[in-house]
Design a protein around this ligand. Structure first.
Ligand code: ADP
Length: 542
């Protein structure tokens, strides 16, 4: 017997319809790329997204066509996303921080036909456009007055381009499994791999994301997604905020501490989300200026492990709750969040910080397990770590064009490439990337745990741990450190600080001081380059 309920396809543009109808006047504020703060609302964004859709269709874009965006978080970028997906075309976010060769490779792989681009990146696109033969038109996200001189053939100003149509248009209807968006993983090894989101996966993922134990969003919140829309599907904020009528504050190109703080306070943001490096910059700004965060209630930190010192500073100095999050481009991207269940609500001080260092528990729609190399399930004892595998309706079943099939096993579990353990209450903690974990005498040492501890030292700005070949133990940890400006700690001071906080055999064999640690385009430590940098290094006495 089948249920007798309506078929109501889960299409992303229905989210914007809902926002426009029931939360139409809710503010969407952007720091525009041209400079001034721009204010709009969900009703106006929907109208202009319909205009984008109608204009795209007039230009011959339709179902399944890839339309790239290379843009900061602004209201216009949202209008472009919804306009694209509302006719069944596919938004393809490009990360401008990648090398040009990678961007060319990705655009050719996706066969992008149109591109929406911010003023900031016009030069970058001019330099590569002739290497992307599929690219027919470039829409510069600005108006006529700010239109730059450009060598791009077929470049138009967004405002002129949409002004040629009106808002009298109806979204297209299609199967909810239709592709809505694309995002390539950074590809630290080999070529990037294309992740393709469907309308259904984006809607289900947004529904899971807004729940109280996840982003906990409501119409009473104002969310500032500092995490760019071009990083891992923008952590779903383009869907989760309008879904519940949560206001949006978009930082545009202003990613420095002062600009972020200005919007947080002037727009009375209640919740914000980004990678740890952004929060380090904000905290440094606050420390320097004495500014505070009176309206901010919680900050979502993920993308890489959140150092304990950041959590502590937000909570103890500024009264802002930190929620550690874990996810991946392949997971749409949110996989788990470290909100506090009743089992742990009595924790305080160091014990609470210990818990918050974990990546947390998943929402309904994300299944999780840890296995050994033989694919046998490991116990949930909060100690035994192994490969973290996941499955669910918003998790990749394969990559674009069938690449990377080794990451998917026969039962549809996706191997995240992360190493983790899970505790009896279902809290997962990442201990490493499978390729970074240090294998010392047959046992594993977590580089992330050592890094988190090291950045707790008052003189340390950033820390990375890599495995160095050791004649007896196979690999031993080397701690690489960037000091805070004007600080000059000794090796012994750093090692003394770690001593007693980790098992003796986890202690780094040496400390190296450097001016800079290499980062990936998404701001994570680039261990491959760091290993390359230290390939001739050997431990004293070996
Ligand atoms: P990239 O394109 O940089 O690989 P992803 O966001 O897809 O972007 O990267 C996902 C990976 O980032 C995860 O598999 C994990 O290794 C790491 N990661 C994300 N969040 C956390 C976190 N909170 N703690 C530790 N690692 C994290």
């Amino acid at each position: 017997m089948l249920g007798l309920m309506q078929e109501w396809p889960l299409l992303c543009h229905k989210i914007l319809d809902h926002a426009a109808l029931f939360h139409g006047g809710r503010a969407v504020v952007s720091r525009s790329v041209e400079g001034p703060i721009h204010r709009t609302d969900y009703r106006a964004i929907r109208g202009r997204a319909l205009q984008v859709a109608k204009r795209l269709e007039k230009d011959g874009i339709g179902l399944g066509d890839r339309v790239a965006t290379m843009a900061w978080n602004t209201g216009r970028h949202l209008e472009a996303w919804y306009g694209i997906l509302g006719i069944g075309a596919v938004y393809h976010t490009l990360n401008p921080r990648l090398f040009s060769e990678q961007i060319i490779w990705i655009m050719n792989d996706a066969e992008d036909r149109f591109l929406f681009v911010d003023l900031t990146f016009v030069g970058l696109i001019e330099a590569i456009a002739d290497k992307v033969p599929s690219l027919e038109k470039v829409i510069i996200l600005t108006d006529r007055d700010h239109m730059p001189q450009t060598t791009l053939a077929n470049a138009v100003a967004f405002e002129d381009w949409i002004a040629e149509t009106d808002q009298d248009f109806a979204w297209k209807e299609f199967d909810e499994r239709t592709a809505a968006g694309m995002c390539y993983t950074s590809g630290t090894t080999g070529n990037p791999k294309g992740v393709v989101y469907s309308h259904r996966s984006n809607v289900l993922h947004a529904m899971a994301s807004v729940q109280p134990d996840m982003l906990n969003l409501s119409s009473r919140d104002r969310m500032m997604p500092v995490v760019p829309l071009f990083h891992a599907n923008g952590w779903s904020t383009a869907f989760s905020c309008p879904m519940v009528g949560c206001g949006m504050v978009m930082p545009g190109a202003g990613m420095d501490g002062a600009s972020i703080h200005q919007l947080l306070s002037e727009e009375r943001v209640t919740v914000t989300a980004a990678v740890p490096t952004v929060w380090l910059m904000l905290l440094q700004h606050l420390e320097k200026t004495g500014d505070t965060l009176p309206d901010l209630e919680r900050v979502i930190i993920g993308g890489s492990a959140c150092p304990r010192s950041i959590t502590q500073a937000f909570q103890e100095t500024y009264g802002v709750e930190v929620i550690h999050a874990w996810g991946m481009t392949e997971m749409s991207p949110l996989g788990s969040m470290c909100t506090i269940k009743p089992e742990y609500q009595d924790l305080s001080g160091e014990a609470k910080l210990d818990l918050q260092a974990k990546q947390g528990h998943p929402p309904f729609t994300v299944e999780m397990k840890v296995t050994n190399d033989e694919n046998e399930d490991l116990p949930w004892d909060g100690k035994t770590f192994g490969r973290l595998k996941v499955r669910g309706p918003a998790i990749s079943a394969s990559y674009y064009k069938g690449r990377g099939s080794e990451q998917f096993d026969g039962e549809d579990w996706f191997d995240t490439g992360d190493v983790a353990h899970i505790d009896p209450h279902g809290y997962m903690e990442i201990t490493d990337r499978a390729k970074d974990v240090i294998k010392s005498g047959g046992e594993w040492i977590s580089t992330i745990e050592l890094e988190n501890l090291a950045v707790g030292h008052e003189d340390v700005a950033e820390a990375a741990v890599i495995g160095i070949h050791h004649p007896k133990w196979d690999e031993r940890p080397l701690l690489v450190i960037v000091c805070k400006e004007g600080c000059n700690p000794s090796k012994d001071a750093i090692l003394d600080f770690l001593r007693g906080k980790v098992a003796k055999w986890w202690m780094p064999d040496d400390v190296a001081f450097v001016d800079e640690i290499p980062h990936t385009a998404t701001g994570k430590i680039q261990k491959m380059d760091l290993r390359e940098q230290f390939k001739d290094y050997s431990f004293p006495g070996t």
